[in-house]
Design a protein around this ligand. Sequence first.
Ligand SMILES: Nc1ncnc2c1ncn2[C@@H]1O[C@H](COP(=O)(O)OP(=O)(O)OP(=O)(O)O)[C@@H](O)[C@H]1O
Ligand SMILES: [Mg+2]
Length: 221
Amino acid sequence: MYRFHPFPLPGPYGRGQWFLGDCQCITAARRAQRSAWRELIEIKPVDPLPPALQSHAFDNFKVAPYNEEPYRICSAYVERFGELKNGQGLILTGKSGTGKTHLACAVANALKERYVVRFAHVPTLLEKMRSGSVDLEALVNAQLLILDDIGSERESPWTTERLLIIVEGRLVHGRPTIYTTNYEAADLDKRLGMRLASRILGHNVALVLHGPDYRLQRYGY
Ligand SMILES: Nc1ncnc2c1ncn2[C@@H]1O[C@H](COP(=O)(O)OP(=O)(O)OP(=O)(O)O)[C@@H](O)[C@H]1O
Ligand SMILES: [Mg+2]
């Protein structure tokens, strides 16, 4: 029996002579169903960086004489990352708002498609560790780990021990880590303790970011 059909019947066929697959309603419905299934089964890769840090890149970092050297060394670090031996990393030091987290994330963003990268803001990480909700293995085994703001955590023997587990774990596996901190390299032992500072300073190149506080500059201060 002829039923109203919203689309014209395919050209070469008369009424009653067309195939199910030629019907635009049916193909559209099948297409919709396929894409619904795809959405259900597709595992979207999770970005290792928090949303606000995903856009930090080398090409939106303003280079000036006061930050040119750390910028150049971080870019070269990305270029040479595949050749790194024994887990050499970087320590980005400097005052607030000078671009330490920006540069560390520029490295992470440039490498995250090719390598397993993890990012952790140290005070937040330690807070999560208190409630036991941290995948320590993932932090120790990542091919690159960013430990942001080390030294700004509330210090205790417990926090030092947790950090030692991560830092030492990465060292023995030859995994590189990038640290950012407000403390000068020479003061890290006073802030973090000798054992932690010795491991961090002994395996990484320290870079100092100078210049204005970009956060304040943005608001005209
Ligand atoms: N050279 C730069 N060019 C462009 N934007 C910059 C530059 N330096 C910093 N910024 C921007 O300023 C803001 C603060 O930078 P960032 O978070 O890297 O500072 P920080 O040195 O890590 O500070 P803190 O010690 O407080 O953590 C960010 O939005 C960052 O993108
Ligand atoms: Mg920072």
